[in-house]
Design a protein around this ligand. Structure first.
Ligand SMILES: NC(=O)C1=CN([C@@H]2O[C@H](COP(=O)(O)OP(=O)(O)OC[C@H]3O[C@@H](n4cnc5c(N)ncnc54)[C@H](OP(=O)(O)O)[C@@H]3O)[C@@H](O)[C@H]2O)C=CC1
Ligand SMILES: O=C(O)CCC(=O)C(=O)O
Ligand SMILES: [Mg+2]
Length: 415
């Protein structure tokens, strides 16, 4: 890694320090992102600056600090510098940050930088709330019934990227080990198989499920559903389910309903029951379409969570307004659910809503609730006035299609 420093720390502004009051003038690092990052990131900053200015009349202000990863980093630091050391250091030091999407090639090439960031910073919760905004076009008759919050495990599973390419010495070694030492007889076509490993741990499951249940308690939600494929992958996905139920019992006092496995917790803050239940992933994917009102907080593994995120986003209008956060116990890095949408890059066309709503989550995380509320108000009003980007305009009657930047302006005018 290069020792050169390209990050310009803003002259004014202060670091956010975990456990201390958020300063009025925090420095927030941002990664622009590849592809449509160049379109959506500046719009997100403008909208957030306007909301903060309007909410606090200049008393509070974000000092944005650009840090680099992905293709932009390779242009600035050198051709193999996808994730410079100083970027990682800044994300750790400044604690709260936001990023645009980054490209991961299919098949060969670099491994996901997004996954690398989550693993290096141990951002074990991927938090993705899915809610409906009035007026947004949706394929469902009652999209407003979809109101779920996904807690996706963010550091383990097949997503950890432990795999070996077919035909390599390494793949052969693993196959030999499995066949000769572990008695595995079921690898079909062993001479040409690539092999991947799926680690799922008790600790990793427990810390994720603990956060999901605590969220349900703090936000007065009705249920937590553990989504897994534990009938087939018994010790990984099945382990996730069993450890999750056990944690609900041991740490939150969950009691079995009838003979189980469903259980319930009395919310200590409201006295209401929170149902702890589970669903097998394939059945869950059809039920969220047919009976979405029955699901609330979702706790799931990494790959399931990836699929479920985009599927649920589609139910409420698509990944143009699907926000998210990656969280550890001390660091929060916000990012949209969608990727770099390369065919639209640089066209000022796509919906900046996902990244703006990710920043809205960031404002709430900082306790800047008035500014966050203004962001929601601006978005609701722009959609209500049918001033929307192409993704909504193509499905709405009487809409005016506006550009990415014009949607940001439409939001600001309506705060
Ligand atoms: N966290 C991250 O950084 C992520 C990165 N990626 C990476 O992004 C790259 C591209 O992935 P891909 O599979 O094409 O998925 P994308 O999410 O980038 O795009 C898929 C489709 O979703 C729609 N879409 C995405 N973003 C928006 C937006 N802001 N506004 C409106 N519509 C949007 C577009 O649909 P339509 O064509 O219908 O207009 C687009 O073609 C890959 O390299 C992938 O690895 C993927 C996901 C997350
Ligand atoms: O890292 C990537 O390229 C894809 C990640 C992704 O799809 C997600 O986290 O939702
Ligand atoms: Mg995804």
């Amino acid at each position: 890694m290069s020792a050169q420093s390209l990050i310009k720390v803003p002259q004014a502004g202060q670091k956010i320090v975990p456990g201390q009051t958020i300063p009025d003038q925090p420095i927030i690092p941002f990664i622009e992102g590849d592809g449509i990052g160049v379109d959506i990131t500046p719009v997100m900053k403008d909208v957030i600056d306007a909301a903060v200015e309007k909410a606090y009349g200049g008393q509070k202000k974000i000092h944005w600090m650009e840090i680099y990863a992905g293709e932009k980093a390779t242009r600035l630091y050198g051709s193999d510098m996808w994730l410079p050391e100083e970027t990682l250091a800044a994300l750790k030091e400044y604690v709260v940050s936001i990023k645009g999407p980054m490209t991961t090639p299919v098949g060969g090439g670099i491994r996901s930088l997004n996954v690398a960031l989550r693993q290096d910073l141990d951002l074990y919760v991927c938090l993705r709330p899915v809610r409906y905004f009035d007026g947004v076009p949706s394929p469902l008759k009652h999209p407003e019934l979809t109101n779920m919050v996904i807690f996706r495990e963010n550091t383990e599973d097949i997503y950890a990227g432990i795999e070996w390419m077919s035909g390599t010495e390494s793949a052969q070694k693993v196959i030999d080990f499995l066949q000769n030492e572990m008695g595995v007889k079921k690898i079909r076509f062993p001479a040409s198989s690539s092999i991947g490993i799926k680690p799922v741990s008790k600790e990793g499951t427990e810390r994720l499920v603990r956060k999901a249940i605590q969220y349900a308690i703090d936000n007065n939600r009705k249920s937590v559903t553990i989504v897994h494929k534990g009938n087939i992958m018994k010790f990984t996905e099945g382990g996730f389910r069993d450890w999750a139920y056990a944690l609900a019992k041991d740490e939150f006092g969950a009691e079995l309903i009838d003979n189980g496995p469903w259980s319930k917790i009395k919310n200590p803050k409201t006295g209401e029951d929170i149902i702890i239940k589970d669903a097998i992933a394939d059945a869950f994917l059809q039920q969220i379409l047919l009976r979405p009102a029955e699901y609330d907080v979702i706790a799931t593994l990494n790959l399931n969570g990836d699929y479920i995120s985009d599927a649920l986003a589609a139910q409420v209008g698509g990944i143009g307004i699907a926000p998210g956060a990656n969280l550890s116990d001390s660091i929060a890095m916000f990012e949209a659910t969608h990727g770099t949408a390369p065919k639209y890059a640089g066209q000022d066309k796509v919906n900046p809503g996902s990244l703006i709503l990710s920043a809205e989550m960031m404002l709430r995380h900082m306790g800047w609730v008035d500014a966050a509320d203004l962001v929601i108000k601006g978005m609701e009003a722009a959609i209500n006035d049918k001033q929307v980007t192409y993704d909504f305009a193509r499905l709405m009657d009487g809409a005016t299609e506006v550009s990415c930047s014009a949607f940001g302006k439409a939001m600001i005018e309506r705060m």
